[in-house]
Design a protein around this ligand. Sequence first.
Ligand SMILES: [Zn+2]
Length: 307
Amino acid sequence: MVERVQADPVVQISGAREIARDLLVVPDRNVELVPNIGLIGGREAVLVVETGMGPRNAETVLEFAEEYARGRRLYLTTTHFHPEHSFGAQVFAGSATYLVNQAQAEDLSRKGPGYLEMFRGLGQAVARRLEGVELVRPDVVYPREHHLDLGGRVVRLRATGRAHSRGDQVIQVLDADVLFTGDLVETGRFAIFPWFPPHDTDVSGPRWLAVLERLAAEPPRVVVPGHGAVGDAGLLADVRDYLALLRDETWRRRASAMSEESIVAEISALMIQRHPEWAGREWLERGVRCLCAEPTEPTEPPERAGS
Ligand SMILES: [Zn+2]
């Protein structure tokens, strides 16, 4: 087996820091397949964002959340169904109310088992983290948008429409002007296109770009990306600009009937030259191939967030 991922994707609470009043981020420490995890507190309740990958990580997160909550009620949500974000939800059953948008719940039931299998093949450390995973149904499923009142603090959960996955969700803490984006934004790395035809072709470059354009049009004060350092609205602009360039340069070459192999080679070189410090170069090829397969004009009506 090729060990694509060697580091143990373990969540460590020790680096947790308060980025706004009663709002914590447990940072990913730049460890692959560890997400940034959020704890958002109100008078009555605490919302946990992301579980970490597998039951043992989720136990760590739940234990910390219970300690932090000091008797306040617990909620859980996840930004999308990918294993490091949601494959620990089983541990929260009975302790927290798990809510997600409809499309994400569907992603989990349709594609969850396949992703579990695929991720087990990434390496032994990952496979160990995934031992004992059971995919559970969320307690509350809402269509597009849900306002969660934590007591003196309202959090807006919003499905963005198909982008990085079909069920992407952003979490907006209105009073603190903080936005959790999931993997729509990752700091300092090339956008990850989970483009695995024929099993999963839901990721869409143009739609992802459209979502980023909408989010960047109302810049939040703080952006918590799916992975990588917390930042400001500049993170949204970085990914937006990258996706726009990736799309335009790929489609221009496709229109000139260049072979897909040549497009991959040219675009990869161009993007690495543009962002020499970014990680995740292995995702460039999938991004280009995804865009090569996508129609220039959207064939579906544009999906809009809630209201
Ligand atoms: Zn992720």
